[in-house]
Design a protein around this ligand. Sequence first.
Ligand SMILES: *Cc1c(COP(=O)(O)O)cnc(C)c1O
Ligand code: SF4
Length: 449
Amino acid sequence: MQYKAFTRNNFDRIRAFGRLSQDQVRAIRVVSEVLPFKTNNYVVNELIDWDHYEDDPMFILNFPQKDMLEADQFNRIAEMIGNHADRSELARYVNEIRISLNPHPAGQLEHNVPTLKGEKLTGIQHKYRETMLFFPSQGQTCHAYCTFCFRWPQFTGMSELKFAMKQANLLVDYLRVNPAITDILLTGGDPMVMRASVLEKYIDTILGAGIPHLKTIRIGTKSLAFWPYRFLTDNDSEDVLRVFRKITDRGINLAIMAHFSHQRELSTGAVQEAVKKIRSTGAQIRTQSPVLRHINDDPDVWATMWRKQVDMGMIPYYMFVARDTGAQSYFGVNLPEAHRIFTEAYRRVSGVCRTVRGPSMSTGPGKIRIEGIAEIRGEKVFVMNFIQGRNPEWVGIPFFAAYNPDAQWLDDLVPAFGESEFFYEQEYNKLIEEDKSETENRRKSVAHF
Ligand SMILES: *Cc1c(COP(=O)(O)O)cnc(C)c1O
Ligand code: SF4
């Protein structure tokens, strides 16, 4: 199957199949000024249930909805479009909204970007000791955009292969001097939008370096859900699988970290075939998703997904709490609800599905799981624990927040038992300060030269 994207720029293709109401068309036009919009022929033809599209999770996952903006924001943009307002005036307003939507949660951009020989390694993030993230510049878009995600494509004008080589060399240099790192996680956007030749350049450089402490290469991707033909019929599909095999043949684990948000994404012949192909290369597939209102805020969905994933040979890995960014007021599930959904689903599945962990918030200090809701000496509390910590020593120490039925994120929580701060806070603030002054020093020394 030939990939065909639907975006704002070829809107008529979607209008042409006549399914969308006038209101929906207008809503998409308006909201997609702010939130990214891109879908494709697989999602449209094989995933969305057009007979009930207005409540369909696959539709909502890809098509911007009116309620994803506040009413006054929506109306003002609609008005500006209607009046053919000046593009730059519109852009200014859109930007204002975007900034209010917290586009870089948990200090993603400024923190955890390492340096080597005084040079900042953009494209690398190293927060948890064992695992470095790598954002290949050619993988910063996706086969379709999730409406809950606040990322938009970044393109580079540089020659792809040349740039890949340069980036991969830096990555390997960093890896060499950090023997605690066992895992590289290629992420994006979606690295599987890269051509096989570009992916291969990265993988060859990494494998060629022969780094003994590197045990696992992971690739985070939504392609199994949004474009399984990536592994079936794209003109370089066979090459993708060959590159995967190259990794496993070297005795290095290859883990495809697959994003699945709903069981519908597991239902097509194409995804089932793609999973088989990937598994036949010796790769493992681990699955994850945030819990999202209107999409999967139901224990049935999760229990069904986990069972089906295991049937297909995949390993359930994470359930995330929706980040404090983008259309969170539309998608957000509060913490008690997230915990209930996780627990009820977990209780319904056998041990082979219980490799999953959650609900987990990816926060500045670390990945924090809501372990449970308890009453301790008359006070109702959230019991929490780090799955990953900015300091690895924080992992495995239960801690307690005062119960708050409306809390959606760590920021909404305060310590239980009248304590003034969580056990990690002082140390975390110090780590952040060090980060900042390091950046500051680097800036100064650059200025000096
Ligand atoms: C989740 C995450 C990882 C990987 O953590 P695992 O628990 O090993 O899957 C690595 N780095 C960052 C910044 C993360 O958010
Ligand atoms: S596939 Fe991942 S990165 Fe891409 S839009 Fe969806 S959540 Fe965001």
